[in-house]
Design a protein around this ligand. Structure first.
Ligand code: ATP
Ligand code: MG
Length: 275
């Protein structure tokens, strides 16, 4: 069963109709056991992905502040070989980045074949943060939905598997986490007055996310809404989606590795014969 909600294309998604506290009827221990199995499977799949170098994997993580992007990304990294997995962060654009088209800084961070890249924020900031904060005129950000779809179609056509996660937390859970940061000296460095200011525009953010997810959930790059109030369930849902998406590629990757192995063995034989 799917632990996250895969948003169909042309959907009329309403974020507030999706439960942020869902656990799919699982207890935490049971969920963590399932997560362990999925983590092992993802590790194996990523090794095949890396060795066969036919496909790239791009996972995009978006959420409200304190929604758990960092935590979710850290978990995924713990399942895989970090040498072929990397994280790209997208903060407010620099002057140089602003002088280019909005996808310039994003495109250069996309994974090569064999690689897996996790985006902590992404080009979706350009239709969410930019919209809510009024950083560009409406005509500019509205055009970006189609541009994003074209960009993601290009990536998909060029062997990139795309997964897009919206970590869906409730406003109450966000407040709890922001307040917890204040009390925990190990987390206080994350305190940011901006988070409280942005929180005042919660509804506008939800609306902007809703539209971005609706407009940009496609067959080749679907959005998934992940119930993220419970961290263990969030991690389970992400792991499940990743394993399920990569699993169908396993046979093809193994096949190409066999072919590579055969070729290497033959070259070795020819070399020995020639001596
Ligand atoms: P943390 O969990 O550490 O707070 P963060 O991703 O929230 O991580 P911050 O430095 O707090 O990092 O925030 C980055 C800010 O950059 C966010 O407010 C985000 O909306 C903003 N940002 C990212 N991309 C863009 C963009 N293209 N245009 C405008 N703002 C952007
Ligand atoms: Mg922040």
């Amino acid at each position: 069963m799917a632990y996250s909600y895969v948003v169909p294309s042309d959907s009329d998604l309403k974020l507030n109709s999706l439960d942020t506290n869902d656990n799919a009827g699982l207890g935490k221990e049971e969920g963590l056991r399932k997560l362990e199995d999925l983590a092992a499977e993802i590790g194996e799949l990523q090794e095949l992905l890396f060795a066969s170098r036919q496909t790239a994997v791009l996972c995009i993580f978006q959420a409200m502040d304190a929604g758990g992007k960092d935590g979710a990304i850290n978990r995924v990294i713990s399942y895989v070989n970090v040498q072929s997995c990397r994280v790209a962060y997208f903060k407010a654009p620099t002057e140089e980045e602003l002088a280019h088209d909005f996808l310039w800084r994003v495109h250069r961070q996309t994974p090569p074949k064999g690689g897996m890249t996790l985006f902590n924020r992404s080009h979706y900031e350009d239709v969410v943060a930019v919209r809510v904060r009024g950083l560009a005129p409406e005509g500019v950000w509205k055009d970006r939905y189609d541009l994003i779809n074209d960009f993601e179609r290009l990536l998909a056509k060029c062997e990139t598997i795309l997964l897009k996660f919206f970590l869906h937390v409730s406003k109450e859970e966000q407040e709890k986490r922001l307040l917890a940061r204040e009390k925990d000296p190990r987390k206080a460095w994350k305190l940011n007055v901006e988070d409280w200011k942005e929180r005042e525009r919660w509804d506008e953010y939800q609306e902007a996310y809703e539209e971005a997810i609706r407009r940009c959930s496609t067959e080749y790059a679907p959005w998934r809404v992940v119930a993220a109030d419970r961290k263990w369930f969030r991690d389970l849902a992400v792991a499940e989606a990743l394993a399920e998406t990569l699993r169908p590629f396993r046979a093809g990757w193994e096949e190409s590795l066999r072919a590579l192995g055969d070729r290497a063995a033959q070259e070795l034989q020819e070399y020995r014969a020639s001596r």
